[in-house]
Design a protein around this ligand. Structure first.
Ligand code: FMN
Length: 371
């Protein structure tokens, strides 16, 4: 919400806290969707660029952060996942994960590739959050954001003493309160509409499906820390609505993912501008954790088979060769292509043009408002 309650929408508690020009965050993308160029372009334009580092080793995180720093001297956000595996997903288990392999075998055959095979000796380990955090704190980005939980007191204390602001994703009011009680600086109210993984961590995702319009005002009422609205925002109307609902900034994911500077594949980016992106679905079929992407044949055929899925990230590991082959063969009907419900509002292919349009359109809305 604008700090002076007047038409100066661009001055909020978030812009004051982060010393940025506009209350616009580019949502961080895991799994290769982020690039240093995308994050730096948004930060240079006056917003907060973000990079999702959940898949990266500590060394890779260090080098990505210096790449971003080489492109901008403005604040930026690095994102990690507090919980990097679900129960049973910490190791590969041939007997337990056999049903998934059997389920996928016809798809592997169709694509002419060998199914993922593993033995006790297969090198496999989910990322270690604490080790990633050590590298992150050492590199000191302005903002450390996270999903899927609350980091330890020790981590939050170290961030505070290093001057790193923390931002935690909440999909319910209870999660937001817990983040605030732990001492997190900013709450990212993440609505059900958002593309990518559903961020619930206190209760199941199915019990935590709240739309951005309902979630933001309830979280803004429940916590004193600044709130960022995420999910279904793609243009100036969405930003103005988020600020009106009590948010101090808007986080936009899918519309930035559609830009040339993102790390999405060409096919994924092109799809976001097409009619197919109108229908999105929440499914565990692609990684083992619930995520929103464009509805396709694989998501639809997997609907009845949740019992055969493996826990995250074992599921992701087992399906990886299928994903690679499907992408190489242009079989988008078999790949998880993340997209939020507002994907079809994507209009811009260049990040700086999208950012300029967001500012201009929000300006227009506020100029026409009588308060
Ligand atoms: C491809 C993709 C990957 C994402 N990965 C992450 C992630 O690793 N961590 C995170 O906090 N949010 C992640 N998100 C959520 C975004 O940062 C952002 O909050 C969300 O996309 C906003 O909703 P929208 O897509 O409707 O704009 C991801 C979203 C997408 C589309």
């Amino acid at each position: 919400m604008p700090v002076d309650g007047k038409n100066n929408w661009a001055k909020t508690r978030i812009t004051e806290l982060l010393k940025i020009q506009y209350p616009i965050f580019q949502g961080p993308f895991g799994r290769g969707g982020s690039t240093p160029l995308l994050a730096a372009t948004v930060s240079n334009a006056g917003g907060l660029g973000g990079y999702g580092g959940n898949d990266l080793s500590p060394e890779e995180l260090t080098s990505v952060i210096s790449e971003i720093r080489a492109l901008t001297d403005k604040p930026f956000n690095i994102n990690l996942w507090v919980s990097t595996f679900d129960e049973g997903g910490e190791r590969l288990d041939a007997s337990k994960h056999r049903p998934l392999i059997e389920l996928l075998t016809p798809y592997y055959r169709e694509l002419g590739v060998e199914p993922a095979v593993f033995a006790d000796s297969t090198p496999y380990a989910p990322r270690n959050f604490e080790e990633q955090v050590d590298a992150l704190i050492e590199a000191k980005p302005a903002v450390f954001s996270f999903v899927f939980g609350v980091p330890s007191d020790e981590i939050l204390r170290r961030c505070r003493s290093e001057g790193i602001l923390t931002a935690g994703a909440a999909s319910t009011v209870d999660e937001a309160k817990l983040l605030e009680e732990a001492g997190v600086d900013i709450v990212v109210a993440s609505g059900f509409e958002a593309g990518g993984h559903h961020s619930a961590f206190l209760r199941s995702e199915e019990e935590s499906q709240i739309g951005t319009f309902a979630l933001v005002p309830q979280i803004a009422d429940a916590v004193k820390v600044p709130v960022v609205a995420a999910g279904g925002i793609a243009d100036g109307r969405g930003i103005a609505a988020a600020l009106t609902l009590g948010a101090d900034a808007a986080q936009i994911g899918t519309a930035f993912l559609a830009c040339d500077e993102s790390g999405a594949t060409d096919a994924h980016r092109q799809l976001l501008f097409k009619e197919n992106a109108r229908t999105t679905v929440l499914t565990r079929a692609f990684t083992g954790r619930l995520a929103r992407g464009v509805h396709n044949k694989f998501a639809s055929e997997m609907k009845r088979h949740e019992k055969e899925f493996a826990p995250y990230p074992a599921h992701n590991w087992i399906i990886a060769p299928l994903r690679a082959a499907a992408l190489a063969q242009g079989r988008l009907d078999l790949v998880g292509l993340w997209a939020g419900q507002a994907a079809r509002l994507s209009r811009h292919h260049k990040t700086d043009e999208l950012f300029a349009a967001l500012v201009q359109d929000t300006n227009k809305i506020y100029e026409n408002r009588t308060l």
